[in-house]
Structures are given as structure tokens and as C-alpha cells.
Design a protein around this ligand. Structure first.
Ligand code: ZN
Length: 201
């Protein structure tokens, strides 16, 4: 009887398993909110599914499958999302980089991966400035990248430069309107505001 139960459960799982294996990975709800808030800066609404993927190589990836956008994150690699009550700059660096791949169309129209990585690094720097990161904080994730790079990724020094270029571009853009505030604090406050479900009664 017990055996029958397990066989039935097994068959049930096979039938309900989705065609896209990424849909079987657990969603990371807090990172999903963070990604939504990063995207809010762009004025775009993208339906990005943020999943925990312990198999992810390179800590995180962005991909589009069957028209659906995904960001996969390996928490063992990027570390915890929160450190002492604040979002980790390393995780934010990884997420902004992956968001850039999705926004840049790199997951659907891949051409030159080094150029795409540079674009994503630069946008990450731009977004990190807007989220309140100092230059040093914005570079946190890039400091962990491979020194020599690879066929698909530029060497670390190039990537650090790209992040810095984006960060400086953002700093220059807001210069005329920033007034007395050295950072666009509104976006940082929005990013760190209570999670939607925390404000529910
Ligand atoms: Zn990348």
C-alpha cells in the first residue's frame, strides 16, 4: 500500500513537472522585489522571475525561455541578500548586471559577449549610483570577477573600469539637479522601503 502511494506520487510529480526546468526552481521572493525596484528606475515593467539556482555558474545569470525572463542566483556564490539589515552591495551588483542583460536584449539577440558584458557592467555602475552606492560599493561585485576573464567575459580590470564608467556617468547626469544631496537618495530609500508583504495588516 505504501509502495502504491509512492508510485502514485512519483507519477503525479512527473505529470505536473513543467516543460521549462527553470519553473521548477524556487523563486527568491525578496530578490524578486529588489529586481522589481531596480526596474522601476527605468520606468519599465518586466516580468522577471528570480530563481535560486545552486547550479548557476558564475554566481548569477539572466536568460529568456519561451518568452519569459529569468534571473538565476546562486546564494552560495553571491552570499546573503542582507548584511546587517542592509542589502549586500555584492548581490545588488550581481542583480543590476543581470537586469542589464535582460534590458539590453542580450538574452534574445546575443552578438558579442565581451561587448554585452561591458554594457551590463556599465549599466550596473549607473544603477548602483542611483541606488545610493559609493564608487567603492558599486565595485564590490566586480572585484570578485575573474582576473584573467574568459572567452565570454573580459578580465577583471576591464570590468572594474566599465562599472566605474557607468557610475561616473550617473553621477554626472544627476549633478545639475541633485542640489545639496550627493546621491539620489529617493531611489535608495525606495529600494530599502519595507517589502510589500511587510506593510500588509
Ligand atoms: Zn554578464
Amino acid at each position: 500500500m505504501k509502495k502504491l502511494f509512492w508510485i502514485t506520487l512519483f507519477l503525479f510529480l512527473i505529470q505536473t513537472g513543467s516543460a521549462n526546468p527553470l519553473d521548477d526552481l524556487p523563486v527568491e521572493p525578496e530578490m524578486a522585489v529588489v529586481v522589481e525596484r531596480i526596474l522601476a528606475m527605468t520606468g519599465l515593467h518586466n516580468d522577471v522571475r528570480v530563481v535560486v539556482d545552486y547550479e548557476a555558474t558564475g554566481c548569477a545569470y539572466a536568460t529568456t525561455r519561451d518568452g519569459r525572463q529569468y534571473i538565476g542566483v546562486n546564494p552560495d556564490c553571491v552570499g546573503p541578500l542582507r548584511i546587517e539589515g542592509r542589502y549586500s552591495w555584492r548581490v545588488l551588483g550581481a542583480l543590476t548586471h543581470e537586469v542589464a542583460h535582460l534590458l539590453g536584449g542580450h538574452t534574445t539577440n546575443a552578438t558579442n559577449s565581451h561587448r554585452e558584458e561591458t554594457e551590463a557592467d556599465e549599466w550596473s555602475g549607473w544603477a548602483m549610483y542611483r541606488l545610493g552606492a559609493t564608487l567603492d560599493e558599486a565595485l564590490t561585485a566586480a572585484r570578485t570577477y575573474s582576473v584573467s576573464g574568459s572567452r565570454t567575459h573580459p578580465p577583471r580590470a576591464v570590468r572594474l573600469e566599465s562599472v566605474e564608467r557607468g557610475w561616473r556617468r550617473a553621477a554626472a547626469e544627476v549633478e545639475p539637479i541633485k542640489g545639496t544631496s550627493p546621491k539620489p537618495n529617493a531611489w535608495a530609500a525606495f529600494l530599502n522601503s519595507p517589502l510589500p508583504w511587510a506593510t500588509e495588516d
